[in-house]
Design a binder for this molecule. Structure first.
Ligand SMILES: Cc1cc2nc3c(=O)[nH]c(=O)nc-3n(C[C@H](O)[C@H](O)[C@H](O)COP(=O)(O)OP(=O)(O)OC[C@H]3O[C@@H](n4cnc5c(N)ncnc54)[C@H](O)[C@@H]3O)c2cc1C
Length: 285
């Protein structure tokens, strides 16, 4: 099928983009970034936006730079940009490790980091990264700029704090200290599929015990999030099999798993235990 008819807008600046959005958002206007989620839903006529605001010609949105202690990821930066380290140290390596789990090469060449975050699929790898690392979302509209912390951004399945007339111009990730250990583990049935459950963990060691632990889960619940109880089970403990098993058990107990006809909640809870344990083992390797 072909998409329903729509009006096409191609702004060249952020100001022009937000002014256009202010005008067309009330008439079902949507941002078009990489088009890898929006266009298929339009082709199936599950979405019928009357206006598309194509941001691909806005040069200011293509920046991928380290500024101070943050990596700034502009709205048109593609997934593929992370196939090489985008920052020195563990952050660049973490993003490089995660990106190969997103879809397939042609989709990674076109889809964007910010588009994934705005789309907020519960199984999006970049949403998990944003939640785990306490990303900041920089949002512009004709009304001004606001910065939304990840904790307040993800509101539900494909639901965020973004208003219809707002453009996510940039996501900012903190540069991780050089001694940060990380581990990512994703389970899906076929390579390139969305995750059924995935975990991203980070921690540092001080006097041979874990400090600043982060345990985040994606794909298992309506939104990706850090699991404070599992982090408490790691904090101040030696990074050994017993500690990791206790944290994985705690994470499994703490989640409220999604369930559908293919994947029951109990199965997903079991997967959470497994992906956390395997992510922790990777971090320690
Ligand atoms: C076969 C297939 C497999 C896939 N597998 C995965 C996977 O394993 N993991 C994964 O994470 N994703 C996967 N995807 C989705 C892919 O990563 C998309 O690229 C991504 O979800 C959306 O990014 P986009 O730039 O293509 O956004 P678009 O499709 O252009 O937009 C998606 C939505 O976000 C809004 N939007 C986009 N950018 C902005 C912005 N800057 N400000 C405000 N709103 C915005 C749009 O209006 C739209 O509603 C898959 C897609 C396909 C087709």
């Amino acid at each position: 099928m072909k998409p329903a008819p729509f009006h096409y807008h191609a702004p060249k600046t952020i100001e022009e983009a937000v002014a256009t959005l202010a005008r067309v958002a009330p008439d079902d206007g949507r941002v078009l970034a990489g088009g890898q989620s929006l266009v298929p839903t339009m082709a199936f006529r599950l979405a019928r936006p009357r206006h598309l605001v194509d941001i691909n010609g806005v040069a200011a949105l293509s920046r991928l730079v380290v500024e101070g202690d943050q990596l700034c990821i502009g709205a048109t930066v593609r997934h593929a940009a992370f196939e090489r380290p985008a920052a020195n140290g563990p952050l660049g390596e973490l993003l490089k490790d995660v990106v190969r789990h997103i879809a397939h090469k042609p989709i990674r060449a076109r889809g964007t980091f910010c588009g994934s975050v705005a789309h907020a699929d519960p199984a999006s790898e970049w949403c998990l990264v944003a939640a785990a690392l306490n990303a900041e979302m920089v949002v512009r509209s004709a009304r001004g700029t606001r910065v939304i912390p990840a904790k307040e951004f993800f509101a539900g399945i494909m639901t965020t704090a973004l208003q219809d007339d707002e453009l996510l111009t940039e996501v900012r990730l903190p540069i991780l200290p050089a001694d940060t250990r990380f581990g990512f583990y994703e389970f899906n049935r076929r390579a390139g599929d969305f995750a059924i459950a995935m975990a991203l963990v980070t921690y540092r060691l001080k006097n041979s015990v874990i400090v600043e632990p982060c345990v985040a889960i994606g794909g298992a619940e309506a939104t990706p999030r850090r699991i404070a109880q599992a982090e408490a089970a790691l904090n101040g403990r030696a990074p050994n099999a017993e500690t990791f098993a206790a944290a994985a058990d705690t994470a499994a107990k703490a989640v409220d798993p999604l369930h559908d006809e293919n994947t029951g909640a109990d199965y997903r809870r079991g997967l959470v235990r497994t992906v956390v344990l395997r992510a922790l083992k990777r971090a320690a390797a």
